[in-house]
Design a protein around this ligand. Structure first.
Ligand code: F0G
Length: 357
């Protein structure tokens, strides 16, 4: 019996909407087609029982974040164009994704990371996939400046979201949201760091509206962390700070396009405090069984803020994008919840006593 292999990955699925041809070599790890899961408990817990809330679980991509959507295309195009080496600056997830796809394609991968500010799991991934790690004594914004200069002076292809193929690949997440809901959401809530992903979703929703697949597009509500909220403040931040190290960025590369995405969609870019981020992060775990990384919870934190202040109506259909997997940052998970881990005698009676049974 002959078996035929069904092609996987988002390039194969959405090739008519992507800048590829029949001869583009497709480098895939099976990215995309992530679950859209409806919240079961959070709407009631928040006091908005009519809220229709869905989470887009991007942490279920092959390297555990949404970056894989852009990376499959950026690396495929790099191979098509004859690149030998790729480079990126990263708060962690881009480096993990770039390293994995570059390895699969047989390309050398350099990653510049802000030393001391990358979650443990992300660093472990980049090491494991065989990238050359360059921790720098500086933050993400400085790392990105250096990457731009290196790309001018040496034969390396940049795979940060300033690479045009990244956002083109990432826009497929909007297609999936529409296909899973069978319509567009009223609102899309999303974390904002370097501000690429909000632009990518907006491109995707706009395209589906233009093609008549949907009759309207959602309002885009993007959320920066307060200590890194350059767009909200209207000026770059020299020393950005936040518990959400993934979005610890003071001079977002896609600033202007992100502002346009928010205004064209009648949405808003706002900020949330670290306290609000952590509270949403914990709520996802305890109320919905979802383990996401702290930065990702900025989308839910922002939604809660905008429900409270009336910016988002309480019966809206909302999708919150959860951008990365909680397993990437075990340190924060352990730090934010104090649990007694004193060992118990390995005896039934001792256990029953501790369990209160
Ligand atoms: N959420 C996570 C988990 C991220 O890793 C990032 C960005 C964002 C949200 C923000 O997305 O930059 O498109 O606005 N991480 C980049 C990185 C900067 O290097 O991994 P954005």
């Amino acid at each position: 019996m002959q078996t035929t292999f069904r092609k996987i990955g988002l390039i194969e699925k959405y090739r008519q909407h992507l800048p590829v041809t029949a001869s583009t070599p497709v480098v895939t790890l099976g990215e995309g087609n992530t679950p859209l899961v409806q919240a079961q408990n959070i709407p009631k817990l928040l006091g908005y029982p009519n809220l229709q809330l869905f989470f887009k679980l991007e942490g279920l991509n092959p390297t555990g974040s949404f970056k894989d959507r852009g990376m499959t295309l950026a690396i495929s195009k790099a191979v098509e164009e004859g690149a030998r080496a790729v480079i990126c600056a990263s708060t962690g997830n881009t480096s993990a994704s770039a390293a994995a796809f570059a390895t699969k394609a047989g390309l050398k991968c350099y990653v510049l990371l802000p030393h001391g500010y990358v979650a443990l799991g992300k660093l472990a991934q980049a090491i494991h996939y065989g990238a050359q790690i360059l921790p720098i004594k500086g933050n993400f914004d400085r790392a990105l400046e250096l990457v731009r200069e290196l790309a001018d002076q040496t034969p390396v292809t940049v795979v940060n979201s300033i690479n045009p193929y990244r956002l083109e690949g990432q826009k497929t997440a909007a297609f999936e949201v529409v296909e899973h809901l069978d319509r567009q959401p009223d609102y899309l809530c999303i974390p904002v760091g370097n501000a690429g992903n909000i632009c990518a979703y907006w491109r995707g929703f706009k395209l589906y509206r233009e093609l008549g697949i949907t009759s309207a597009a959602p309002r885009m509500h993007g959320f920066e962390a307060e200590g890194s909220a350059a767009i909200v403040r209207g000026e770059p931040i020299k020393n950005p700070e936040t518990i959400g190290t993934a979005i610890r960025i003071g001079n977002p590369a896609s600033w202007q396009e992100a502002v346009r995405a928010a205004s064209e969609s009648n949405g808003k870019i706002d900020s949330v405090t670290d306290e609000e981020i952590l509270s949403a992060y914990k709520l996802l775990g305890t109320a919905e069984g979802i383990f996401t990384e702290p930065s990702s919870a900025a989308s839910l934190a922002g939604l809660i803020k905008h429900l409270k202040d009336g910016t988002i109506p309480h019966s809206a259909l909302v999708t919150c994008v959860l951008t990365g997997n909680g397993l990437k940052d075990p340190d924060t998970a352990q730090k934010v919840t104090s649990v007694d881990l004193t060992p118990v005698d390995a005896e039934i009676d001792a256990l029953k006593k501790v369990m209160g049974l």
